[in-house]
Design a protein around this ligand. Sequence first.
Ligand SMILES: O=C(O)CCC(=O)C(=O)O
Ligand SMILES: [Fe+2]
Length: 317
Amino acid sequence: MATSGTLPVVDLAPFFTGDESGMARATEAMREACHTLGFFRAVNHGMPAELMKRALELSAAFFALPDEEKAKVRPAEGSQAPLPAGHGRHPAHLVDRYEYVRVCHPRHELNLYFPDEPAGFREAMEECYAKLTELGLLIQDILNDCMGLPPGFLKEYNSDRGLDVMVALRYFSSSSREGEEIGLSEHEDGSCVSFVFQDGVGGLEVLKDGQWIAAEPADGSIVVNIGDVLRVLSNNTFRSATHRVVRKAAHRHSFGFFWSIHGDKWVEPLTEFTAKIGDAPQYRGFKYNEYMQRFMKSRTDPQARPEDAFSVSHYAI
Ligand SMILES: O=C(O)CCC(=O)C(=O)O
Ligand SMILES: [Fe+2]
């Protein structure tokens, strides 16, 4: 399989030109990547390279503002919002070293804290959100095929876009002090599927067979990874790989987009991966909200010790 850096590459161009045999090849490449690594690099994905570059530059300009400016879009301490939009930083007790601006769907009432500065940042974020949503729909359809599900199954199961979230991130440049190498600690994503585009600095790494492999930056491409929801639905056929970000000599900027599901949805291994093929389910079912709350708490709760970290294996049978 083609690789760029170390990730498998999936060329989505055929889905825009209608080339049937190209679509079949891309679907096969995606299936293989989801089975073996849970990560791939999408190219010709429909998201304009100019937009990604502009959004990354504007986010860098935002993060370079003095803290008083960034504080204007920071939710109040103790905000009750489930996913407070706006500016924030890694929890102080963690080894992680990053800051972020989180936005929900542009029409969502949680977006109370949306930066006005620098000029054009808000518009670029909204454009990215819209384009990533289109890409999410396309990838979801292809994944539906990869999983051998009835046509339109995932689209119907996951028809609510209210919990999707986009995050502009800045990881702080490395420090010479020991124990401070990490930008974002190792984790699996709680999404259905996640999307990342990044500047040229690098630092995203994926765990494969006990080895960290670098997801090197490649201009214009988007890193796509499987989250825990698809891992459970597919009864572990699709991998939701552990990944992390290590700090580099320069600040690193990236955008993450997390394609989620409605909080009331029930998540359990689908019969296509269990009864219909004579396999036992490897997870018991759960309501997505319950999982998400525990997942978020494990990543942000100041009391949490790393060894207490919650993961989807909590539901493993
Ligand atoms: O910034 C990145 O490259 C990855 C971010 C990530 O893994 C996450 O936010 O879950
Ligand atoms: Fe992640």
